[in-house]
Design a protein around this ligand. Structure first.
Ligand SMILES: [Zn+2]
Ligand SMILES: [Zn+2]
Length: 426
């Protein structure tokens, strides 16, 4: 079939563009089955049906078009926009990810020299920027599983590509989580394999810095993961109890307040060791972290996470105290002050949490007693006879309407999260 020409559309193809705008997936599916419909046909501006669907933010439509063989890297648009750029502009992270999974090139530039990530940033779609910058395709990693040039053997054993790719794609940068991912795969629990992995990450890091469109985010991420893997090697080599000892060091809280000092210092050191000192991102990280006293906010992990994934202080997501996982829903049943993903994370953390749990419990109880007292006081004043102080009661009545009844019930019934099973006897 000849390559489609701009604006050279059959009547059915014109219908297809309309159906896409309307978002009628069923009808689009029927039209794509017609003989005179080419999935990569071009409208007068050189836009494909996939570009339209991506720009309109219609995920189901994008999926359908990709299933029908839409070319994610078609580059006939009059200003050089790709489907990935349109996805980024739409602000839809699921569509952006879909384009990347379908093999969208991230370093293509449009007619004004901007990449998809830069376009998305330009219009303030930072979630899409994060998705694009954090994406590293399996095929880019697989390059290292083939011997290049004069090499006798590849830098990475093919069987390691899968487990390493999983680690690269993590958005939870807690070192505990990364060690958990290493431990999850027996292939990685070996010094030789881990050394190969960290060397490949260092190479990718270098490439990210030196390539024309420098990706500092990915470079820092690769370097950081490489540091964690190197530390895993050190522990695997020296300690009998292997990686568990590393995890314990990372979680161990200091005596005064339970703050995981070693973890903080470790992450700071990883950042300091980033070999490309003059990159903007590194300088930004150092500026944010250096003035903070160890134990205060923000932690190095939160600064790093924000820089790499763009996630800022989630109000709606609780983080696991052990592995840093989002949306942790289990609370320590004693102090009710720390959250975990599951009993496994809680158990992992108990050896150090048990030293502060009681103190936290007392703190919470004192706080609750104090607020209960305030409630009582307010309730008493509300019940005073009207003639005693009309104006005061009026004032309180307004206040009461605003905040007290619902607040009181929240405090009394406690958080609506299931208690974690107690792990007091470890
Ligand atoms: Zn966890
Ligand atoms: Zn506790």
């Amino acid at each position: 079939m000849a390559a489609p020409k701009k604006g050279d559309l059959s009547a059915t193809e014109k219908d297809l563009f309309q159906v896409i705008s309307a978002g009628n997936v069923q009808e689009a599916s029927r039209l794509l089955g017609c003989k005179d419909v080419r999935v990569n046909c071009l409208d007068e501006y050189g836009m494909t049906p996939l570009m339209h669907a991506a720009y309109k933010g219609k995920a189901d439509m994008c999926r359908l078009l990709l299933q029908h063989g839409a070319d994610v890297n078609c580059n006939e648009h009059e200003h050089g926009y790709t489907a990935l750029m349109f996805a980024g502009l739409s602000g839809k992270t699921d569509i952006t990810r879909m384009m990347l999974d379908a093999g969208a090139e991230t370093d293509v530039v449009n007619s004004v020299g901007r990449t998809a990530a830069q376009m998305a940033a330009f219009v303030g779609q930072h979630d899409c920027v994060t998705v694009i910058n954090n994406f590293f395709s399996r095929s880019r990693l697989e390059y290292y599983t083939k011997a290049q040039g004069l090499e006798k053997e590849p830098k990475l054993l093919p069987k390691l590509a899968g487990p390493l790719h999983k680690i690269i794609m993590t958005t939870n940068l807690s070192p505990v989580k990364i060690v958990m991912l290493v431990k999850e795969n027996p292939l990685l629990m070996d010094v030789g394999s881990l050394e190969k992995c960290h060397k490949v990450l260092d190479l990718i890091c270098e490439k990210c810095v030196k390539q024309q469109d420098m990706n500092e985010v990915l470079a820092v991420k690769m370097h950081y993961i490489s540091c964690v893997l190197q530390k895993c090697c050190t522990f695997l080599r020296e300690r009998e109890d292997k990686l568990d000892a590393f995890v314990k060091s990372l979680l161990k809280g200091r005596d005064s307040d339970g703050f995981p000092q070693y973890q903080e210092k470790f992450i700071r050191e990883c950042i300091r060791k980033f070999p490309y000192c003059d990159t903007t991102l590194l300088q930004q990280l150092v500026r944010s972290i250096a003035p903070v006293e160890i134990g205060n906010d923000p932690t190095a992990l939160s600064v790093l996470t924000q820089a790499i994934t763009g996630q800022v202080g989630f109000m709606d997501a609780e983080f696991c105290t052990a592995c840093g996982g989002k949306r942790a829903s289990k609370r320590c049943s004693i102090c009710k002050m720390v959250m975990y993903c599951d009993p496994t994370c809680q158990k992992l953390h108990w050896f150090t949490h048990k030293k502060v749990c009681k103190k936290l419990q007392e703190q919470r109880e004192k706080q609750e007693a104090r607020s209960a007292l305030m409630m009582d006081k307010q309730a008493n004043e509300d019940n005073k006879p009207v003639e005693e102080a009309t104006s005061l009661v009026q004032g309180l009545a307004i206040q009461k309407e605003e905040d007290s009844p619902s607040d009181a019930s929240v405090v009394q019934s406690g958080p609506a999260v299931p208690d974690a099973p107690s792990v007091r006897q470890e």
